[in-house]
Each structure stands twice: as structure tokens, then as C-alpha cells.
Design a protein around this ligand. Sequence first.
Ligand code: NAD
Length: 342
Amino acid sequence: PAADGTYTVTLFPGDGIGPEISESVKTIFAAAEVPVKWETHIIDVQAVKPGDDLVSKDALDSVRRNGFGLKGPMATPIGKGHRSLNLTLRKELGLYANVRPCVSMPGVDTLYKDVDVVTVRENTEGEYSGLEHIVYPGVVESLKVITRDASIRVCEYAFQYAKNNNRKKVTAVHKASVMKMSDGLFLECAQEVAERHKDEDIEFQTLLIDNAASFLVSNPSLIDVMVMPNLYGDIISDLCAGLIGGLGLTPSGNMGEGCMLAEAVHGTAPDIVGQNRANPTALLMSALMMLRHMDLHDKAQLIEKSVHKVLRDGKVRTGDIGGSSTCTEYTDAIMREMDALR
Ligand code: NAD
């Protein structure tokens, strides 16, 4: 932070409902007197020439300089020859781990009331290496790349996360029974990292991806923190989001080399854009992950308690979780709760 304790955060409001939910987060942060200044970068996808990167060097430098970024959803134009926006951000900022905590929200009607699981997803390689080719017409090969360096790094992060957040168990999720070499290497790395942390009172477990999926839907309390290769993490983290009421509620953080980019995992919701109906909770909870990373725990706690109170009361909620309130009404309700708590 600056000498006065203020953090500067790069804000990408994004497209679609992005600007509406970003405004909600900014309003709530200001009311909570969070010591954050925003450096806003608008990415105008229509203005970028085909073939050019969607994120400017300026915007990337801003995240690198500030160490923190918050990103709303962005629509990548299809078929215009751009490198995917999320891919660019991941590569350029070295975002090696995607972290998604899924914790039951009070008052949101779901199958289980006490879900508390965290997915740590390897974010740079695996099935997302982008190496695919046609061998001959009708036959395609796609390469899955697993490296020791990336596997050790993401598993190390999972254990650090568990330690810092008082979690009791880390589960490495894999399919080494079939992908003996690639997932085998990932598993070996996870075991090596677990060995380094064996004195920390964190249990280590390995689980086949199919068993993990079954446990998550039948008894999620068996799972605590999970770490896994890219594609498995993509799927499992959405499954976990479903357990707590959907993508409109789920936060996410991308950890990079010296920086963190928090983002909502949902898309731009074109069907409700401009109608003041978006649920800002996912982006807000992502922003709270960032505050905890800055050690601003009191502010994060105050805002989170207020969100929980509003959801528990159930009088003010957005359409995606069964209410009819606007984004503005929900934002105001959270601010009223914050006032009451202070
Ligand atoms: P979506 O997440 O935008 O929408 C799916 C459904 O969920 C819609 O009915 C939408 O109204 C609803 N929804 C999503 N977020 C909500 C919120 N915060 N509040 C209330 N309702 C919400 O998924 P999609 O329609 O498949 O994608 C739309 C666009 O978003 C596409 O251009 C896609 O490329 C982009 N996208 C971006 C990201 C990202 O930037 N991280 C992620 C996913 C999709």
C-alpha cells in the first residue's frame, strides 16, 4: 500500500452487466471506507483491430504496478482473430492458480446448507495449452501438457492457502489411473509438496476426478481444499458454484507472479443487461477475497456480514436467486446493514 495505507486497484468494469455490478462494488467500498483507489481501464472490444490483443500494455502494466486488479465479465468477440481476453490476461500476468471458494450463502435455497469447499485450479497448461492439429481429415490430436514446475507451483499454493485460511485438508484431484504419465506427474508433484508440509496439521488426500465429482454432489462435507489440473478445475469449480446457488454468487481469484486478479466467474449476461437486474454478489465477494489478500480483514468482514444479513432476511434479492429487487435496491440494502453494524 501507499504510505497512507491506501491501495490502488486496477478495475476492468467489463461489458454487459459488468459496469452495473462494478458500480455496485465501488459504491459499497466507498460506504465501508475501504482504503482503495480505483484505476479504471475500459477495454473497448469493438475498437480493437482484428489480430491485436484486447488488453493494452498500459492496462497490463497497471495491474503489475498495483499488484491488484478486479475484473468484471467481458465478451470476447467470436471469429475476429483476437487472442481470448482471459488467455491474454493469464499469460501476460502469469496467473498460475485460479482459486474459487464456494461457501453456502444464508437464505439461498440449495440442496446442502453447509457447503464450504475451495477449488484451486492450475491455470496455465494442461488441456488448455492450445496445441491441437488435424492429423488427417477426420482425426484431430490435442495435446495436454503437464510440467513439474507448474504442478509444484499450484500445489504449493494450495497448501499455502490451506495454511493461511485455517483449512484442514488438501485433496489432489486427478485421473492418473488412465493418464498415467501426465496426471501421474501432477500427482507425484502433489505428493512431494504434501511431504514438505507434513508438519502443518493439514491432511493430504488424493482422489480420482470421478470419485471427487460423486463425493461433491452426495456429501460435499468430505471435501475441503482441492487442487487439480486445468480442465478438471474448470468443470469442478462450476459444479461447486452450482452447489451454493450458481455463478451469480461465486467469487474467484487468480494468483499471479506478484499480482492478484479477482474476477466474477459469470459472463456478461446479455439477456438482462441495462435493466438494473444483475446480481453484484459474485463480483463483490471476489473483491472481498482481494481485501483479505491485502489483510484488510475487518472491512471484508463488515461487508460480508452485511451481504449475509440481506440474503438471510430474503426481502431484498435479485431475480437470479428468486427475488425481484434491482441491483441498486440490493446495493442500498447492503449499505443499510453496514450502517446498522457499525
Ligand atoms: P452468462 O454467465 O453471461 O449468463 C448465463 C445466465 O446467467 C444468463 O441467464 C444470465 O442472465 C445469468 N447471470 C449471469 N451472471 C449473472 C448475475 N451476476 N446476475 C444475474 N444473472 C446472471 O453466460 P453466457 O450467456 O454463456 O455468456 C455471455 C457472454 O459472456 C459471452 O460473450 C461469453 O463469452 C462471456 N463470458 C465471459 C466470461 C468472463 O469474462 N469471465 C465468463 C463467461 C462468459
